[in-house]
Design a protein around this ligand. Structure first.
Ligand code: ADP
Ligand code: MG
Ligand code: MG
Ligand code: MG
Length: 413
């Protein structure tokens, strides 16, 4: 049963092992003989099952003790399910409705039972297929702003914030993956790297650019030491599920306390990679769809800023920038909010450029580029993406706004 030692579930054993769990009886149905179990995991790390019955469907996600993408030669602690569970509860509190509802958690089995999202599909699939999602930018901008603001000392009581930082600091190996795969491996000949044939010249350029590597290391230092807020940590288009008008965020197992600009930076990178990959996926609608992607980036940034300023005005209850220093003395704090936002964007554009590099150069590429069968074309499109990533890293401090990033993307396209 659920309280015995950890054992990976399978399609054949799941019903027998979970048939007495109240959350499944409630959401799937009490007659377990009618349950249907399907494995749907398409991620790099975990087992994911859909369980259906007379009442409905649920998702069962279970961590494996190794990296699924690589195999049992790369062990990974089961405790990441504990952090994913706690991340989901915090995200649900900070942005209600943004993440699937959790029905049940079993720490020993590293298992989370949650709401089945339907007819949502992974946003990356929609971006590759050229489908638009209404309300996407507002949803994502608000999610990033609410989780950033409400997980920081701008809003949280300091003792709660410190306790939460301590809790999540136990998640060691998962951030280590980001520290290596995202921030480090792209910039040297790391063992697990792989890249499309034909990229050698642009890779040599990146690795020969010591100033660039300094900027990336400075960002890594902020990533590991600035516990500004609880970040999702893996907010790419494969961690977002959408219908044509509704979106949710899933899979926060890379959660940690980190810079407020981290999630929105990684998110923008994934939209830019969708943008650069489009010539391989579209026909006559190419430029129209590419412009829609850029609009999503600009509107996400706008929505982020609007929500952040709203929270600044209405929920600034933490130790940072207290009203006693500004409003209570008859002073506006708008300039202080501008300065905080400028710091967020500096980090966001640096992370954005770095994410654009790692998805083409280290382990774990994305389908946007990976599914381009024509290798020469893939190399050409990835090279544009890599060059723009370098530009973003160099210019992160001085970029005016997301519109300027969109203009830059058009130049590299
Ligand atoms: P991993 O951590 O291994 O990447 P994910 O949490 O991303 O696992 O889940 C893998 C896949 O399972 C997703 O890409 C999605 O297709 C499906 N999935 C995960 N959670 C849900 C959910 N709540 N509702 C519907 N499908 C889901
Ligand atoms: Mg995933
Ligand atoms: Mg590749
Ligand atoms: Mg994951």
């Amino acid at each position: 049963s659920a309280n015995t030692a950890y054992e990976a579930l399978s399609v054949d054993t799941l019903t027998q092992r979970l048939k007495d769990v109240p959350a499944l009886i409630e959401h799937v149905g009490s007659d377990a003989s009618e349950w249907h179990v399907q494995e749907v995991g398409d991620g790099n790390l975990n087992l994911v099952f859909i369980v259906s019955g007379s009442v409905g469907k649920i998702i069962v996600k279970q961590a494996l003790p190794y990296v699924r993408l690589v195999g049992d030669s790369w062990p990974l602690p089961l405790y990441r399910a504990f952090y994913e569970y706690h991340a989901l509860t915090r995200q649900a509190a900070r942005d209600p409705g943004a993440v699937p509802e959790v029905y049940h958690f079993n720490e020993t089995q590293a298992l989370i039972v949650m709401e089945f999202l339907a007819p949502h599909v992974i946003l990356r699939r929609k971006l590759i297929a050229g489908e638009k999602v209404a309300g996407l930018a507002d949803f994502l901008g608000q999610f990033c702003a609410r989780t950033a603001f409400r997980g920081s000392e701008l809003s949280m009581p300091s003792p709660d914030k410190k306790a939460d930082v301590a809790l999540f600091a136990g998640n060691v190996e998962i951030p280590a993956i980001t520290e290596a795969l995202v921030f480090t491996d792209p910039y040297f000949d790391a063992e697990m790297n792989n890249h499309t044939e034909g990229l050698a010249p642009v890779i040599a350029q990146l690795r020969g650019d010591a100033a660039l590597k300094i900027k990336v290391q400075q960002m890594l230092q902020r990533f590991v030491s600035n516990t500004e807020t609880m970040v999702h940590g893996d907010l790419h288009s494969g961690s977002i599920m959408s219908t044509d008008s509704d979106s949710r965020v899933i899979d926060p197992e890379f959660v940690q306390y980190g810079p407020m600009g981290f999630d929105i930076g990684m998110l923008c990178a994934n939209f830019l990679m969708a943008y650069f990959s489009q010539p391989a996926h579209r026909g006559a609608d190419l430029s129209e769809y590419q412009e829609w992607i850029l609009e999503v980036i600009a509107d996400t940034a706008r929505s982020f800023e609007a929500e952040f300023r709203h929270l600044w005005a209405t929920e600034r209850t933490g130790i940072l920038y207290p009203a006693s220093l500004f409003e209570d003395q008859g002073q506006d704090s708008a300039a202080a909010c501008d300065a905080v936002l400028a710091g967020i964007w500096r980090d966001a554009w640096a992370v954005c450029g770095i994410e654009m590099h790692r998805r083409c150069l280290s382990l774990a590429h994305n389908a946007d580029f990976e599914e381009i069968a024509d290798v020469a074309m893939r190399a050409r499109l990835e090279a544009r993406n890599l060059s723009m990533g370098a530009e973003l890293i160099h210019m992160a401090d001085t970029i005016a706004d997301a519109q300027a990033v969109c203009a830059l993307a058009r130049n590299f396209n």
